[in-house]
Ligand binder design. Structure first.
Ligand code: HXC
Length: 258
């Protein structure tokens, strides 16, 4: 089992759970945490015993952004040469679904990390924002792009230009989060959603995530064609035969990921 400094990693049946754990810094995303989250998530992605992943933080903060103290003396050439934060792209390329369970602050890189996940569940205490402008910079892990696609131009502009935070209600209304749950039930609910996904055909789950993801990257006609090809391909799987036979026979399906 790998040792981690900045996160906790557990398995709950077929669900992998990653908990950000830098309580002294409201889970600010330093480089160490980035390596650990990406490494742990990729390990779950490769593990056939895991069907979905939950990423969460603490009650007070999902993550209050990239680590400002670590970045403050950085020079352009260092950031550019190292392609700072590009490692997070690997998190966004995970193939299995990731559910973000957000309680408290999800700011800057924290909001951007939550938006890299596939389903975003918010506690009623959640607060989202892109306050980088107050630090003299701009979002650098996808905030200007993913937030705009999620909530539209007007609200994304306002959040990125003023640094204003939005609460869970506003985030749900704007389409950033799929649901709000009471803070005390957040993790349990996120694990339930992930367990539901993990009980489906693993092949169909990969395909569904891939197909929905396409909607953000391609014109509609291409996305529709892509979806139809994946749909057709599902008929090459044993899980499709099993799923439809189980329905006809009025019994639960037993998917095997084949
Ligand atoms: C480093 C941070 C931090 C951060 C909080 N802390 N956020 N350290 N980087 N992003 C530290 C504080 O310095 C403090 O440490 C401790 O966590 C508790 O925070 P407080 O400020 O004392 O808590 P509170 O008064 O409750 O205020 C909470 C807060 C505030 C509103 C969330 O901490 C805040 O504004 N944080 C910064 C948010 C932000 O600007 N995020 C964007 C970062 S830039 P000490 O040691 O003093 O107790 C970014 C760029 C992304 O994310 C683009 C590229 C990736």
């Amino acid at each position: 089992m790998t040792e981690y400094d900045t996160i906790k990693v557990e398995r709950r049946d077929r669900v992998g759970l990653i908990t950000l754990h830098r309580p002294e810094a409201l889970n600010a995303l330093n480089l160490r945490l980035m390596h650990e989250v990406v490494g742990a998530a990729e390990e779950f992605d490769r593990d056939d015993a895991v069907g979905a992943v939950v990423l969460t933080g603490s009650e007070r903060a999902f993550a209050a952004g990239a680590d400002i103290k670590e970045m403050q003396d950085l020079e352009f050439v260092d950031a550019y040469r190292a392609d700072l934060f590009a490692e997070w792209d690997r998190f966004a390329r995970l193939r299995k679904p990731v559910v973000a369970a957000v309680s408290g602050y999800a700011l800057g890189g924290g909001c951007e990390l939550a938006m890299m996940c596939d389903i975003l569940l918010a506690a009623d205490t959640a607060k989202f924002g892109q306050p980088e402008i107050k630090l003299g910079v701009i979002p650098g892990m996808g905030g200007s792009q993913r937030l705009t696609r999620a909530v539209g131009k007007a609200k994304a502009m306002e959040l990125c230009l003023t640094g204003r935070m939005m609460d869970a209600e506003e985030a749900e209304r704007a389409g950033l989060v799929s649901r709000i749950v009471p803070a005390a039930d957040l993790l349990e609910e996120a694990l339930k959603v992930a367990a539901t996904i993990a009980a489906m055909s693993p092949i169909a789950v990969l395909a569904a995530k891939e197909a929905v993801g396409r909607a953000f990257e391609s014109p509609l006609a291409e996305g529709l064609r892509y979806e139809r090809r994946l749909f057709h391909a599902a008929f090459a799987t044993a899980d499709q035969k099993e799923g439809m036979a189980a329905f006809a026979e009025k019994r639960p399906p037993h998917f095997q990921g084949r």
